[in-house]
Each structure stands twice: as C-alpha cells, then as structure tokens.
Write a protein that binds this ligand. Structure first.
Ligand SMILES: Nc1nc2c(ncn2[C@@H]2O[C@H](COP(=O)(O)OP(=O)(O)OP(=O)(O)O)[C@@H](O)[C@H]2O)c(=O)[nH]1
Ligand SMILES: [Mg+2]
Length: 293
C-alpha cells in the first residue's frame, strides 16, 4: 500500500473577495440605516438616561471596526498572506457581539433592525468560514511556520484532509477485502461477494477524518503493468496475515521472511474478514500522512 498527498493549489479566493467587497460597499449604508432607526426610535420613544447615546456611539463605532476587519480580510486574501488574515480573525470576534447587541440587547428592537443585522451576520459567518479554509490552504503550501501561522494552523486543522492511496500486492492477497472493510458499513460489499479485481477499482470514503481516494489495483500478473509506481510519494508496507485461519504463520515470522525487519514496530496480525488489527493499521497510515504534511 502506498500513499500520496494531494497538492493544494493556493490562489486568492474569488467568492471570498466578492463577499468582502459586497460588505465593504454596503457597510456604510447599513450604519446609516442603523443610525436612522435609532433617530426614529429616539424621536418616538422614551430612552433610559444615557442609553440612547451609548447606542449611537456603538452604531458609529461599528463602521471603523467592521471596515478594518473587511480590509484586512481583503489584504490577506489578495496578497495570499496569513498575518492580515489573523487580524481579520481577531476582529471577527467582535462581529457577533455587535450584531447581537443591535438584534436583541439594544433598548428598542424593530423587526427592521433584526433583519438587517441578521443578514449582515450570516454574510460575515459565511465569509469567516471561507477565510478559515483559505488560511488552511496557505498553511499547507508554506514550508515555514511562524508564530502567526501556528495560530492559524490550529484553525486549519478543522478542515477536512484528503489523500490518495494506491493499494498493490499479489493477487488473492486480500487487498479488496481490506479496502471494503475500511468503508462505512452502509456502502460495504460483503466479503464473500468481492470478485477478483479486474484492472483496478476506485473507492472514495472518509476514514479517521481524512477523505480517501483509494486505487485498489488488481494483483493479477496480466494487470501489473497498470501499477503506477511513479505516482507514489511514499511507500507504506502493509503485511496482511490471515490470522483468522488455523495454522497460519505468525505476523512476525512472515515479516522476517519478507525482510521487513525495519518495519517490525508496524507489524500486527490482522484479518480482513474479522477486522482484527485493521483499525491500528489505518491509524498508523493516517499518522504517516499527517507527518508528511
Ligand atoms: N481467511 C481470510 N480470508 C481472506 C482474508 N482477506 C481476504 N480473504 C479472502 O481472500 C480472497 C481474495 O481476496 P481479495 O480481497 O479479492 O484479494 P485481492 O488482493 O483484492 O485480489 P486481486 O483483486 O485479484 O488482486 C477472498 O476469498 C477473500 O475472502 C483474511 O483476512 N482472512
Ligand atoms: Mg482485488
């Protein structure tokens, strides 16, 4: 079994930029509408002393705070730079509080206030998620990890990861049975219904939070020319011993005969039929992928 990292192309995100520009343009309108709503309420309704002026100040302050946030977001996106995105993330922490204030906590809340700030909050939330995804891509691409990158790296960890696995080995070795075992139960082909693979078979599923694309190659001599040796970035030997059968050789003995001494720490007895040992095998493989990142 060999593994390969999927390259992540890093470019500024167009949808994120469109959203940022849209909010930059409409923000002054929203602030003016907010002040208009406050003036209307102040004219009609009695405010507790001081509350009216506090709300006016917050409405005015929303303009520079949100504008700075959007400008740093645009700078980080367009320059493909992480530090401005970190400032964007920090300023984004204020957005839900300001929106919540005008949607629920100010003295008088009109339906108009709720709608206006709910739309603004929803757009900011979508934009925040896009920025997290983009930052993760930048981190994947950059070899050096400074202080700022380390902060956003932890945010990037929540992104789903992807990897391609190439499964090769002798025919009838149990490759397809192992691959099926790793799939979710609902889409798994029962072990006694798995035919010998013709050519190769591609499966896509998620395991240990990693989206895997598995190329299950036939081991038959006539198809071995198809094995794309050059496509692999690394090789993870995976010695599969049918320990569910009586009289089978212990895994350590099989590894010794195959000269896999260097991989002793990774040999364990497993069965594709019972699943014994397979979870540890996949956990080790995923760990290698994380290390390779
Ligand atoms: N007892 C036992 N039988 C197994 C195990 N793994 C696979 N088999 C059986 O071995 C046979 C071959 O399994 P496959 O998964 O089709 O083998 P393969 O390596 O994909 O073979 P090709 O596609 O021809 O390269 C099937 O009858 C499986 O049920 C195992 O762990 N224990
Ligand atoms: Mg097969």
């Amino acid at each position: 079994m060999s593994f390969q990292r999927k390259p992540s192309p890093v470019q500024p995100s167009l949808p994120l930029q469109m959203l940022l520009s849209f909010q930059e343009t409409t923000l002054p309108l929203m602030v003016v509408a907010n002040l208009g709503s406050l003036a209307y309420k102040g004219w009609l309704l009695p405010y507790p002393s001081g509350a009216f002026y506090v709300e006016i100040v917050l409405a005015v302050l929303q303009l520079p705070i949100e504008l700075l946030r959007l400008l740093f977001g645009s700078k980080g996106n367009l320059l493909e730079s992480i530090p401005p995105l970190v400032v964007y993330f920090v300023l984004s922490l204020l957005t839900p509080f300001l929106s919540a204030f005008f949607m629920a906590w100010q003295t008088y809340v009109l339906a108009f206030d709720q709608w206006m700030h709910a739309v603004f909050l929803a757009l900011s939330g979508a934009q925040f998620l896009m920025a997290v995804n983009l930052t993760g891509n930048f981190i994947d691409e950059g070899p050096e990890m400074g202080f700022m990158s380390a902060i956003t790296a932890s945010i990037g960890q929540f992104r789903s990861r992807q990897a391609s696995l190439l499964v090769v080995g002798l025919d009838n070795a149990g490759k397809s049975t192992i691959v099926q075992y790793y799939k979710p139960e609902s889409s798994r082909v029962p072990a006694d219904h798995i035919p010998p693979t013709v050519g190769f078979h591609i499966d896509r599923f998620t395991r240990n939070h990693v989206q895997l694309t598995v190329f299950d190659m036939s081991g038959s001599a006539r198809y071995r020319d198809l094995w794309p040796y050059n496509a692999a970035e690394g090789v993870a030997p995976f010695c599969h011993a049918d320990c569910d059968l009586a009289g089978t050789m212990p895994a350590a003995e099989v590894a010794a005969i195959l000269g896999l001494d260097a991989f002793k720490d990774r040999s364990c007895e497993c069965s594709a039929l019972t699943g014994q040992g397979l979870s540890q095998g996949m956990a080790w493989l995923i760990e290698q992928l994380s290390v390779a990142r």
